[in-house]
Ligand binder design. Structure first.
Ligand code: SF4
Length: 446
């Protein structure tokens, strides 16, 4: 890897309108990629990792303008990619090749492997068929196949062999950069390792720069020099692979790592107290305010005046999120709270008592919280779901839902977007005691 920047991405955005009705009136936007910035250095492998649906693949497609970015800047060797003419864009797409997860979708089943691999050469103006065939044969041999395979059809090959053919097809046009989108996720363990090894060999042999997209932390761990962790369209942590994976600072990165099956079967993530990702990624059409991870984050920062334990704070937040679920009415909520428990008692305090039990709230809460839980219970008894939500929301206002954290010092080596994170004291990030207020006090004191 060198310092030379091949591809630079600044504040990249890709939004899709949500329309309704015959007139296709726009009623919202899916912000699939929302202000992503990173650089690819010559010869490096940079990994984008995150759950399915977090915007990784849309980022890759936007880099090639196969999806036209809504905003932002993409520079290739310092040229403005969004300003390219048609012919410049064609040349750019030769130099930046995309390899997809499912090679079947990339091949025309009616073309032989040879024809499929010659096609990009023809598109880029190589008219000499003997030369095309020689290049194709050479590419097939370099990915571990046989030149004679040119005459076969894609369906005659296994999944791993098809991915090798896809790599050969990317190589025939002599690219600078490979964008590999989940290139091994459809393959079994041994084949996955073989194809990753091949990709690494090709990277060295052809001096390639690779952007590897994967939901599998283990794949990026094995292959990448640096990684960026994406969550709901944003980068939340970025840095050298070893640093990010061995000392992850963002609660989402930690949860993602804890959700990977441990090699040590005796220490599951739950035993270490780390958060795991058991629920689904929120809808990208309805993105949470502030830090997008806040509805799932167990490290969410309490209000500055919070006077109880962090465990009680987490339970109260869970109660709040539960109330904010998609309940049709309070009856549905009552049925869920009563499910499997004692009979529902008539009386004003029943909702409050059920909520306290369901979320294991301690008998004594800070006075404001005590009042809010009681008032929420009373509101539910009056069928006022909105009122109940408002009561709990008023005592759980947190900076995490009010302000969107930015990546710290974007161009230093390990950057994090979390209000808890202090680059000067990274070890304190998740100890559950440091609040933003404390950070500000320390800053003032300095
Ligand atoms: S900003 Fe708050 S909610 Fe977001 S990851 Fe950090 S602690 Fe969690």
């Amino acid at each position: 890897m060198t310092e030379e920047v091949i591809l630079s991405v600044r504040n990249l955005e890709k939004q899709y309108p949500i329309t309704e009705g015959l007139l296709r009136r726009e009623v919202g936007r899916v912000r699939a990629v929302d202000g992503v910035s990173f650089e690819l250095h010559a010869g490096e492998a940079f990994g984008l990792v995150g759950e399915s649906g977090c915007g990784k693949s849309t980022t890759a497609l936007s880099l090639l303008r196969l999806e036209e970015p809504t905003a932002g800047e993409i520079r290739f060797h310092d040229e403005d990619v969004l300003d390219y003419s048609r012919s410049e864009l064609r040349e750019y797409r030769r130099r930046v090749q995309l390899v997809l997860q499912d090679p079947d979708s990339a091949f025309n089943p009616r073309l032989t492997v040879g024809e499929a691999l010659e096609e990009p050469l023809r598109v880029h103006g190589m008219v000499d068929s003997t030369r095309r065939q020689r290049i194709v044969t050479d590419a097939l041999e370099r990915v571990g196949l046989d030149g004679d395979d040119r005459a076969s059809y894609p369906h005659e090959f296994s999944g791993g062999q098809k991915q090798r053919i896809a790599l050969a097809r990317a190589l025939v046009v002599n690219p600078d950069v490979i964008l590999a989108d989940e290139p091994v996720s459809a393959l079994d363990g041994r084949t996955k390792a073989d194809v990753l090894e091949l990709l690494g060999d090709l990277q060295t042999e052809f001096d390639l720069t690779v952007l590897l997209i994967s939901h599998d932390v283990d794949v990026v761990r094995r292959f990448c020099d640096r990684i960026g962790v994406m969550y709901l369209g944003k980068l939340v942590e970025c840095g050298p692979t070893q640093s990010v994976l061995e000392t992850p600072h963002h609660p989402y990165t930690r949860a993602l790592l804890s959700s990977v099956p441990s090699l040590d079967a005796h220490t599951p993530a739950t035993a270490t107290g780390e958060q795991t990702l058991t629920d689904d990624l929120p809808d990208a059409a309805d993105i949470p305010s502030g830090c997008r991870f806040h509805p799932r984050c167990r490290a969410i920062i309490p209000p500055e005046e919070w006077e109880s334990s962090s465990e009680t704070w987490r339970r109260l937040m869970e109660l709040r999120l539960y109330l904010e679920d998609d309940w049709s009415d309070t009856e549905a909520l009552a049925r869920a709270l009563a499910d499997g428990g004692r009979d529902w008692q008539s009386g004003d305090g029943e909702f409050e008592s059920r909520l306290r039990t369901a979320f294991a709230l301690p008998e004594t809460l800070p006075e404001r919280v005590e009042d809010a839980v009681a008032d929420a219970g009373a509101a539910l008894a009056r069928n006022d779901l909105a009122g109940a939500r408002e009561q709990v929301r008023a005592v759980t206002a947190t900076v995490c839902e009010q302000e969107s954290p930015s990546l710290t010092d974007e161009y230093t080596s390990h950057t994090v977007a979390c209000h808890r994170y202090d680059p000067e004291k990274p070890g304190e990030a998740l100890d559950g005691t440091r609040t933003r207020q404390a950070k500000e006090e320390r800053t003032d004191a300095n």
